[in-house]
Design a protein around this ligand. Structure first.
Ligand code: F1P
Length: 306
């Protein structure tokens, strides 16, 4: 066995990190959205996709209207009761600029409370235990989402059909232990699909494969697959669904020769645990292509603009 990458080591702590996050959810609640608040969640890169997942979960759970934005695209003309910013480094320029521009009560969820985000936000949630040395984010991002999910549980706002964080952590243990099929690692292209809260997971899966493995990936809402993306699928290419697949879609992927992965529908593994499988796949694909997932091309831990 080759020595595991740092990214590989860090992603393996996710079940424990999610459990820790769940145990903090009630206490962190004072800084997190209250029921009925109109909330915007912002971030850049991976945190933006976690923001999308949380926004869909919170609305589906009836906790309140929630939008998600890339920090650079925040609509300053809109009124929100609270802005939640997610940033591992606490130094990302667009996030700091946004927090500096708004009067709205703000909360930062960060991996490093010693950074400028601590002064820029009104409230802080410290996820230092899930911070990473890897450039490519895995556990920080999913732990932020696990915390927000667990907070919805505490608030009695877990959406129908969405499991508990405790159950997701158990599924993640299994996701870490299972064998990755060699034929999947060998695929030349990956299309990730989601719906509702799993759309953000599909987007994140695509980003992870690009960042760690320079892979050709696409990501869409599942019902959009037939409206164009299906043209890309062919033998040696994969389609990976997060959550329930639309009726007939499995047959269509099969019909065009694609390799389908769809294990996180009803009764299957939790979609967040399914993302852990993509983390592992990203590393396996990187290594199979002679890339070092700890040295992702053109990326740095944080983007700090002059
Ligand atoms: C966000 C981020 C990372 C990405 C890259 C650049 O950082 O976009 O997701 O992997 O390293 O920064 P942060 O705001 O969460 O620190």
């Amino acid at each position: 066995m080759p020595h595991p990458s740092l990214t590989g080591e860090e992603l393996a702590t996710q079940p424990a990190d999610w459990r820790t996050a769940a145990s903090l959810a009630a206490e962190a609640g004072a800084a997190l959205p209250r029921r009925g608040e109109r909330v915007a969640v912002v971030g850049c890169g991976t945190p933006w996709f976690m923001a999308q997942s949380y926004a869909a979960l919170r609305e589906a759970g009836g906790h309140g209207e929630t939008d998600a934005f890339a920090a650079s695209e925040f609509p300053y003309h809109r009124r929100y009761d609270r802005v939640v910013a997610i940033s591992r480094s606490g130094t990302t320029t667009e996030v700091l600029d946004l927090l500096g521009r708004i009067d709205t009560p703000s909360t930062a969820i960060t991996g490093d409370v010693s950074q400028p985000i601590a002064a820029a936000a009104d409230r802080l949630v410290d996820l230092g235990f899930a911070d990473e040395r890897s450039v490519v984010q895995t556990r920080f991002a999913t732990t932020a989402l696990a915390l927000l999910r667990a907070h919805l549980e505490v608030e009695g706002a877990r959406p129908a059909g969405v499991g508990t964080v405790a159950a997701a952590a158990e599924d993640a243990e299994r996701a870490l232990a299972e064998r990755l099929p060699a034929e999947l690692v060998a695929c030349e292209q990956f299309t990730f699909l989601g719906a509702g809260w799993t759309n953000g997971l599909a987007q994140e899966a695509g980003l992870k494969m690009r960042e760690a493995a320079l892979a050709w990936t696409e990501a869409y809402p599942a019902m959009e697959y037939r409206h164009g993306p299906i043209s890309i699928t062919a033998p040696g290419r994969a389609v990976w669904g997060f959550g329930a697949l639309p009726e007939g879609l499995a047959e269509q992927v099969d019909g065009v020769g694609g390799r389908l992965v769809a294990d996180s529908g009803p009764g299957g593994i939790d979609p967040l645990a399914d993302l852990v499988r993509v983390h592992r796949l990203a590393i396996a694909v990187a290594e199979s292509r002679g890339l070092d997932p700890d040295k992702p091309r053109n990326l740095t831990r944080s983007v700090i603009l002059a």
